[in-house]
Design a protein around this ligand. Sequence first.
Ligand code: UDP
Ligand code: MG
Length: 322
Amino acid sequence: MNSLPQVSFVIPLYNEDENFEALVSRLNPILDLLEVPCEVVMVDDGSRDQTPVLMNNLALIDARYQAVFLSRNHGHQLALSAGLKMATATEAVMVLDGDLQDPPEVVIEMLAKLREGFEVVYGVRKNRKEPWFKKMAYFFFYRLMKLFARIDLPVDSGDFALMSRKVVDYLNTMPEQNRYLRGMRAWIGFKQTGIPYQRSGRHAGSTKYSFRKLLELAYSGVFNFSDFPIKFITRLGLSAIVVSLLYLVYVLISKFAYGNVPTGFTALLMAIVMFSGVQLISLGIIGEYVLRIYQQSQKRPLYIIDKVIKNKTLLNGQELLP
Ligand code: UDP
Ligand code: MG
């Protein structure tokens, strides 16, 4: 394949061998249907099951499939970033999960929208098939983020999207280590729109997003796209000073006007414990920013590529270093 593909599909895979066959059999008809040269960039995020073997075998017999193997589990956002960097499509790049929660068929509708002049067409979940507490957490998270974010973040939309070559090029130049790609995508701007879609349950297997990973993603969203935490500390500190001054006035008046000597060891203890907590939380919030500055200042590459199979040819990751 000498000519560049027009549309790329980027799919991060972490221990998805149970879904692999179903995924490929859903993708193949779409690749045929699109009538333009397509490629699928599968990124193995350090899987420990049969996923790398399946990817390897497929990429060696079908030139439309590119297999990128990371050196270890780097996490969904970084695996996605690796895939976006490796995608060579000239027109648009589609991002989707490997568990078939994002229906690949939507690409047809998304591509039509993109050709109307949009640079990003993202999927908006009409419904979710997840446990109720997860649904609720997502619901509030997206709405709170929208309230506090410096940029306009669409609610109920994840990384599932079709982006123009231009937007992907900009994404690839953004060096942040703690990546919240859906936020970065919104930050880039241009004309963006959403398409509602039915988010099904996982085809097979269980979620590869542990609670810790999900929390990390939420943190990246909050700290990278909102000033709220740091501003909140200042406001909290100011409010505490105001309240304590008012209380001082009250105590002085009740002592000199009414002769009441303040008692209340418990109240004192409570105030000390509470404000120690507030101070520790404030330090923690500042620590989050310092940590992010520290990580960024290390200037490490975002991920390490072990090897790539492209056009049925095995390439060493080292050869691909910029
Ligand atoms: N994934 C990944 N690395 C990880 C975790 C997940 O590449 O460390 C992939 C996973 O294989 C899937 C996609 O990211 O293709 C979304 O993950 P998952 O479906 O587990 O997340 P959920 O839909 O439960 O939020
Ligand atoms: Mg999923």
